[in-house]
Write a protein that binds this ligand. Structure first.
Ligand SMILES: *Cc1c(COP(=O)(O)O)cnc(C)c1O
Length: 383
């Protein structure tokens, strides 16, 4: 076996595969760009919500997005390293982050408070800054009690030539429920923040509040730009819009065994077969991002039929009850996909695991083979 490398494995080897169809990202981007009143920022944090940051970024930019958004400076720099030249905003950095490097690479940074303002002002070069106001979720962004002072200090730093305030940003805490009173409160808070910035002498060209849900449900939140992440990859937190799902996760059946009624299955014997049946073994588990909480609830598609996952999901494997007429080992099991052929979707897995789709897609596939279908339908393999 010595000397055998991953690249020597045949292309046809039957392994778990996470396929990502970028034509879905392209369609979703066009839909969102059409809905947004202003520009569209493609948020590609967390490796493009698990879909590949560079692939999602390039696809979004080719289909109507004009900006890229990332949390950390490191995520933003990776976009620059890959040769992407679109405007990039990074909004979540500790106060001692290397803001000089951000300036050198033309990366805009969000400033959520006076300590960050001082650090960005002191960095070499003239930073492009988006002042970040808390629109009512007490998470990131400056609290309203600090905002007027932050605006005045930023204006003084601007006059000293230390930075330019090119944007003001906020984020809504309840946008997935358009009827929640937290939304009008957030819109008002943001409008007040813009007025306050203007009164301090700031003239931010980019004013952005909406993420996917607000972009799809409330034009009053759009201002000059929408920052969308989830929607690009087919997740609509507002549940109002049909988007395309790019991911499909499949794996081969490893073994098929016949068992009697009353057979305990898996760790803790959490499941006992009610009748004689066939059990199929699938080489995917919670280390691949399938949530253990979905044990006893999840289903998969095998040979055109939905079959239940039985017993507890293990780290690397799960067991499916295949019933009386089982397919042979090697048959393809679909864990989830777009849903067009009766297979479960990421939304089903999120429901089974009592979580949101975001958590499923960002946790997946660190050891499965990734295959990317480009918007032009060309297939590319990654390891
Ligand atoms: C993640 C994030 C977004 C994108 O939100 P989606 O709901 O995924 O579109 C926008 N702005 C900020 C500050 C974020 O953290």
């Amino acid at each position: 076996m010595s000397g055998l490398a991953v690249r020597d494995l045949p292309e046809t080897a039957s392994t778990p595969v996470l396929e990502i169809d970028l034509s879905a990202v392209a369609d979703n981007t066009r839909l969102l760009a059409g809905r947004a009143s202003g520009e569209l920022m493609a948020v590609v944090k967390a490796d493009g919500f698990g879909h590949g940051a560079l692939d999602v970024a390039r696809t979004a930019l080719a289909n109507g997005a004009t900006w890229l958004g990332a949390t950390s400076l490191l995520e933003a720099l990776r976009l620059r390293d890959a040769g992407l030249t679109a405007p990039v905003l990074s909004w979540l950095n500790p106060v001692d982050a290397d803001f000089g490097t951000a300036v050198a690479h033309g990366i805009d940074v969000a400033v959520p408070g006076l300590e960050h303002l001082a650090a960005v002002a002191a960095a070499p070069g003239r930073a492009r800054v988006h002042l970040h106001v808390d629109a009512g979720m007490a998470r990131d962004g400056a609290s309203p009690s600090l905002w007027p002072q932050l605006c005045r200090s930023a204006r003084r730093a601007e006059q000293r030539g230390e930075l330019d305030v090119v944007g003001v940003m906020g984020h809504l805490g309840c946008a997935e429920d358009p009827g929640d009173p937290c939304n009008p409160a957030g819109r008002l808070r943001f409008a007040w923040a813009l007025e306050t910035a203007r009164a301090a002498g700031l003239r931010p060209a980019h004013r952005h509040l909406a993420a996917t849900a607000a972009t799809l449900t409330d034009p009053r939140t759009h201002h000059t730009m929408s920052r969308v992440g989830a929607g690009l990859v087919g997740i609509d937190p507002s549940g109002t819009t049909v988007l395309r799902r790019p991911m499909r996760l499949t794996a081969p059946l490893v073994t098929v065994r016949r068992v009697r009624a009353g057979t305990p299955v898996g760790y803790g014997h959490a499941h006992v077969t009610a009748a004689s049946t066939h059990l199929g073994l699938v080489p995917l588990g919670y280390a691949d991002g399938l949530p253990r909480l979905a044990s006893g609830r999840a289903e998969v598609l095998v040979a055109g039929r939905r079959r239940p996952v039985v017993g507890r999901l293990s780290m690397d494997q799960l067991v499916v009850d295949l019933g009386d007429l089982p397919p042979a080992p090697g048959a393809t099991v679909t864990l989830f996909g777009p849903g067009d052929d009766g297979e479960p979707t990421v939304a089903d897995w999120a429901r089974w695991a009592e979580t949101i789709e975001h958590e499923i897609v960002t946790g997946l596939g660190h050891r499965v083979t990734r295959r990317v279908r480009t918007a032009g339908a060309h297939l590319r393999s990654l390891s």
